[in-house]
Write a protein that binds this ligand. Structure first.
Ligand code: GLU
Ligand code: ZN
Length: 312
């Protein structure tokens, strides 16, 4: 890989973000994520930004969004600049999908969950199907016979569009690095407690263990992966601070950054906050909702203590 040395055009200011989905009340785990991202930025004299990830309009509710602002303000957090709302940005995602489509990187998929399960259960030699960050690795049924790219038709809507991972690997080829075992792949820097270091994902692993992921959904014409990558870049995020549950999705994000010509931030995947029984907190778990603690007379300092953060 050749890369000419280039001086940054401006001093690097640390910019972190909190990107909740307004589909339920924030709980202790969200508070930890937001406080950590906020503290990391403020400690460096940097910026902390807020983004509302509301692409799934069947699940997002304005009252949950209002509660996010209320809870964060109560926690003592301030954010810089306007709040970004993903539901306002569908044309931006559409433009990115058009560009990927024009490069033959996407194909329509009409498989139902059932079709996929059946294709995976069909007798075949080799290893059992892998489970990727988005669930079972897609068996590729629609890839072979699907129209791809601009020659045949304009980008279809109203159906899933999948990323052709084999082709994506080829397109990325001049961005790949070689690891010590002579594998080609993509790299990102992780600073979180569990996986700290340079994280390498070989192109082979992308195909075998992640597969042709859905980038635009039948019901809403984007996906978490596509939107998060585009918006982290749009908000100039330098450090993505988020829960460890998203660690496995990060190679997908790095790949999309290469395909879309976007920078790769540093990633910090933090430990997850668990309840007394050791279970991960879920949005439905109202007992751990920040609002419940507020109503019961807890203070923001109590919340910081409960998630193991120093006083703000
Ligand atoms: N919106 C995602 C969530 O609430 C977080 C996305 C991210 O931090 O990358 O789980
Ligand atoms: Zn299909």
């Amino acid at each position: 890989m050749t890369r000419s040395p280039r001086l940054p055009d401006r001093p690097v200011i640390v910019r972190t973000r909190f990107a909740p989905s307004p589909t339920g009340p924030l709980h202790l785990g969200h508070a930890y994520s937001a406080l950590l991202a906020h503290d990391m930025a403020r400690a460096e004299g940097g910026n902390f930004l807020l983004r509302i990830e509301d692409i799934d309009q069947t699940r997002a509710r304005p009252e949950w969004e209002d509660l996010i602002y209320e809870d964060l303000t109560w926690l003592g957090l301030t954010w810089d600049g306007p709040v970004m709302r993903q539901s306002d940005r569908m044309p931006v995602y559409a433009a990115a999908l058009d560009a990927l489509w024009a490069r033959h990187l996407l194909y329509p998929c009409t498989c139902t969950r059932r079709d996929i399960a059946e294709a995976m259960n069909a007798p075949q030699e080799g290893t059992p199907p892998a489970i990727g960050p988005d669930g079972p690795v897609y068996p590729g049924t629609c890839r072979a016979h699907a129209p791809k790219g601009p020659d045949l038709l304009s980008r279809p809507t109203g159906q899933h569009l999948r990323l052709d991972m084999g082709h994506a690997g080829m397109v990325c080829e001049h961005h790949v690095l070689e690891d010590e075992d002579d594998h080609w792949g993509l790299m990102f820097l992780e600073t979180g407690p569990t996986h700290r270091g340079q994280i390498f994902t070989s192109l082979g692993r992308f195909q075998r263990e992640i597969g042709d992921i859905v980038l635009s959904r039948r019901d809403f014409a984007t996906s978490y992966h596509l939107s998060v990558v585009i918006d982290d870049a749009a908000q100039d995020i330098t450090h993505v601070v988020r829960g460890e549950d998203l660690f496995e999705a990060t190679p997908i994000h790095v790949l999309l950054q290469r395909l879309l010509g976007l920078p790769t931030p540093v990633y910090h995947h933090h430990r997850l906050i668990r309840d007394e029984t050791g279970k991960r907190l879920a949005k439905r778990n109202d007992a751990c909702a920040i609002r419940t603690y507020r109503d019961e007379g807890f203070t923001p300092a109590d919340i910081r203590r409960m998630v193991g953060l120093p006083e703000g």
